[in-house]
Write a protein of this length. Sequence first.
Length: 95
Amino acid sequence: MEDGSIEKRPGVWVSTETGKILRSECCSCKIPEPPGFMLRDIIWAAVSRPNERDGILCIPCVERRLKRRLGVDDFKNEVALNAYWLREIKVRGRG
């Protein structure tokens, strides 16, 4: 889906003029606009396929591929985007 002003990346459509993400979806299940988060590099490498490395996966798809629930140690702590997920995991006793 490239028309000169939109670049299609795995799970992401980006404006080539502004660099702004116009639309996103999970590369696996195609759920639209999954909530953002960043995993530690070793976790991302374990769950993402080569054609998805620059893409997006939703939490349920990541957990399915890992065959376990995500814990606080799976997320990059220094990323503000992860604050919500780190709190949720601790609240649910999965930390």
